[in-house]
Design a protein around this ligand. Structure first.
Ligand SMILES: *[C@@H]1O[C@H](CO)[C@@H](O)[C@H](O)[C@H]1NC(C)=O
Ligand SMILES: *[C@@H]1O[C@H](CO)[C@@H](O)[C@H](O)[C@H]1NC(C)=O
Ligand SMILES: CC(=O)N[C@H]1CO[C@H](CO)[C@@H](O)[C@@H]1O
Length: 505
C-alpha cells in the first residue's frame, strides 16, 4: 500500500510530466527562429577588433499561452527608459503585457535610480555622468533626493514645491547616450536595439516582421523624424531602432561616448536629440524616417487619413496603463485566430518564416477596433483636435463669439481669411455654422467649435474630453462627418496584399 505522501509525490510527478509534454509541443509551433540570421554577427565578421560580440542562445523557457502570438524576439533587445517618479505607475502594466512575453535577457529597464520592480532590475543610467556635470547642477537635485529617500518615492516627492514632472524631465536628457552605452556593454550580441519610453507601446509581431526585412550589419537608425535647430533626429517617445552595426561603432569603438556628451546634454533640451548627435558624431549615421509605423500618437489621437491607414503600426506613445492594457487585450484577441490556424501548418521548419506570418496589424485595424464604435455625429464638452484650418474673427465686436479671447499665433496662421464663401464667413459664429462649413468643404472629416473658434480637420481622430463649459459659448463642440468617413473607409478597401513598410534605403 502506498503511503499518502508517496501518492502525492507520484501525482505531482505525473502532472509535471504532462505540463512538460504540452509545453514542448507548443514550442514547436512558435513562429520560428531562422538561426541563419545570426551568422553575420559572429565575432570578427564585420567589425574587426571588436571583442565583445557574443552569440545569443534562444531561451528554452516554457511559453506562456498569452504569448503564443509573439514571434521569436531573441535577436532584438528592448531598452526601456523611465524615471523613479513614474516607474511604479508605468512598469507594472508593461511587465504584465508587452514585456511579459520577452525572455528576461531580451529587455533592460533604465531609470534615474537603482530599483527593483516586482523583482525586475531597474538600472540607474546616470551614475556614470561626469561629476563635474552633476555637481552644483540643479537638474540633479531630484537625482540626489531620490537616493536619500527613506520610504517610497511617492511619499518623498509629495511635499516638494516644484513639480516632480518637470524635475524628472530636467534629468531625462542626460540619460539617452548613457543608456545606449550601458545597454550595449551589458548585451552586445543583438541584431537590433529598440529604445523606448515606459509609455511607449511596442507591437512585437510587426516589429519582428519589419526588422527581419532589414540588415543589422548596415548602420541604421530608424525612427519618427523630429527637427531641432534644423537637425533631424528620431523622437524618443515614439521609440527608435538602432542596428548592431551602428551601436557597435558608437559604443564599442568609442569608449566613454556617454561622458563626451554630458556637457552637450546640459545645454540641450532633450536626450533623444543628444543621442542623435552622439551617433552622428561617432558613426556618421543619420535617422531614416520610419513614421507612421514608428508613431508618437495612440489609438484615440491617430489622425486617420490616407497616410495613416494601410501602414503597419510598430509603436505608439503616451499610452497610460489603461491604454496599454486595452491594446494588449485587443492584440491577444486579434491573433488568437491566426495562432490557431498556424499551429497545424508551421511545424515544418521553413526558413522563409514570412509565409507563416499573420497579416501585419495596420493602422486601419486600430480605427475599426478602437475608434469606429465610438464615433457619433456630435459631442459636447469634447475636443476632437480639429486644427488643420480655422475660422475666427480676431476683432470680434462685444457680444459676438470670440470677443475678448486671445487666439494663439499658430491658430491665426492657420486661419482662412480670404475668398470666404457665405458659409465660411460665419463659420466661427456657432457650432452649427462650423459644422455646415465642414460639410461644405469636401476634404473636411470633422470640426470643433468653441468660443468663436471653428476648426476643421482633414483627418479624423477621436480626441478627448474637454473642460466642461460654463455656457453654450465656452462649451467645446465636436462633430464628425460620418458619411464622408464611411465613404473613405469604403474607398480604401482592404489595402491589398502589399504592406507599406517604411522605406529604408
Ligand atoms: C546602481 O547599481 C550599479 C550596479 O550594481 C552600481 O554600479 C551603481 O553604483 C549603483 N548606483 C547607485 C547610485 O547606487
Ligand atoms: C565629434 O565631436 C568632436 C568634439 O567632441 C569634434 O571634434 C569632431 O569633429 C566631431 N566629429 C564629427 C564627425 O562630427
Ligand atoms: C485634449 C487635447 O489634446 N486638446 C487639444 C485640442 O486641440 C487644441 C488645438 O486645436 C490643443 O491646444 C489642445 O491641447
Amino acid at each position: 500500500m502506498l503511503s499518502r505522501r508517496a501518492l502525492t509525490l507520484l501525482s505531482f510527478c505525473l502532472v509535471s510530466l504532462l505540463i512538460l509534454l504540452l509545453t514542448a509541443a507548443r514550442g514547436r509551433n512558435d513562429w520560428s527562429l531562422d538561426s541563419s540570421r545570426y551568422k553575420h554577427l559572429l565575432p570578427g565578421s564585420f567589425t574587426p577588433g571588436n571583442d565583445i560580440v557574443s552569440v545569443h542562445v534562444p531561451s528554452s523557457q516554457p511559453r506562456d499561452p498569452a504569448c503564443a502570438h509573439i514571434p521569436d524576439t531573441t535577436n532584438i533587445l528592448l531598452v526601456m527608459k523611465t524615471g523613479a517618479t513614474e516607474s511604479f505607475d508605468r512598469l507594472p502594466t508593461q511587465l504584465m503585457t508587452v514585456l511579459r512575453c520577452l525572455p528576461p535577457d531580451n529587455f533592460l529597464i533604465f531609470s534615474d535610480m537603482n530599483q527593483t520592480i516586482a523583482g525586475h532590475p531597474v538600472r540607474d543610467s546616470l551614475d556614470t555622468v561626469l561629476d563635474t556635470v552633476q555637481r552644483a547642477n540643479r537638474d540633479f537635485d531630484l537625482y540626489r533626493r531620490q537616493q536619500v529617500c527613506l520610504v517610497d518615492q511617492a511619499a518623498c516627492n509629495k511635499h516638494v514645491e516644484a513639480g516632480t514632472a518637470t524635475a524628472g524631465w530636467d534629468l531625462d536628457k542626460y540619460k539617452n547616450v548613457h543608456i545606449a552605452e550601458k545597454a550595449y556593454r551589458l548585451r552586445p550580441g543583438y541584431d537590433w536595439y529598440v529604445f523606448v519610453d515606459a509609455d511607449t507601446y511596442v507591437h512585437w509581431p510587426n516589429l519582428v516582421q519589419w526588422l527581419r526585412r532589414l540588415d543589422p550589419a548596415r548602420k541604421l537608425y530608424l525612427g519618427s523624424v523630429t527637427m531641432l535647430d534644423n537637425y533631424a533626429f528620431a523622437h524618443g517617445g515614439s521609440g527608435y531602432v538602432v542596428s548592431q552595426a551602428a551601436l557597435n561603432e558608437m559604443v564599442a569603438q568609442n569608449p566613454g561616448v556617454g561622458n563626451r556628451f554630458d556637457k552637450k546634454a546640459r545645454r540641450s533640451c532633450c536626450g533623444d536629440y543628444v543621442f542623435a548627435l552622439a551617433l552622428d558624431n561617432t558613426t556618421q549615421t543619420r535617422v531614416t524616417q520610419s513614421w507612421p509605423t514608428i508613431n508618437g500618437e495612440k489609438p484615440f489621437t491617430f489622425p486617420f487619413k490616407k497616410d495613416h491607414w494601410c501602414q503597419p503600426i510598430v509603436t505608439m506613445h503616451h499610452m497610460n496603463s489603461e491604454e496599454v492594457s486595452s491594446f494588449w487585450e485587443y492584440e491577444l484577441q486579434r491573433y488568437a485566430d491566426y495562432t490557431l490556424s498556424l499551429s497545424s501548418s508551421s511545424s515544418s521548419s521553413s526558413s522563409s518564416s514570412s509565409e507563416h506570418d499573420p497579416p501585419p496589424l495596420r493602422i486601419k485595424n486600430v480605427f475599426h477596433h478602437f475608434v469606429k464604435p465610438r464615433l457619433t455625429s456630435h459631442l459636447q464638452d469634447w475636443d476632437n483636435l480639429s486644427d488643420d484650418r480655422f475660422y475666427l474673427d480676431p476683432d470680434a465686436p462685444p457680444g459676438a463669439p470670440g470677443h475678448g479671447r486671445t487666439f494663439e499665433d499658430w491658430q491665426i496662421a492657420r486661419a482662412k481669411k480670404d475668398y470666404l464663401s457665405a458659409q465660411e464667413r460665419f463659420a466661427h459664429a456657432s457650432w452649427q455654422n462650423c459644422r455646415d462649413a465642414c460639410d461644405e468643404e469636401p476634404k473636411c472629416f470633422q470640426y470643433r467649435w468653441q468660443d468663436g473658434l471653428c476648426g476643421l480637420s482633414w483627418s479624423f481622430k477621436l480626441g478627448a474630453p474637454a473642460p466642461v463649459g460654463k455656457d453654450e459659448l465656452t462649451t467645446f463642440s465636436s462633430g464628425w462627418n460620418l458619411r464622408r468617413i464611411l465613404r473613405f473607409v469604403d474607398e480604401m478597401g482592404d489595402c491589398g496584399e502589399k504592406v507599406p513598410w517604411p522605406k529604408v534605403h
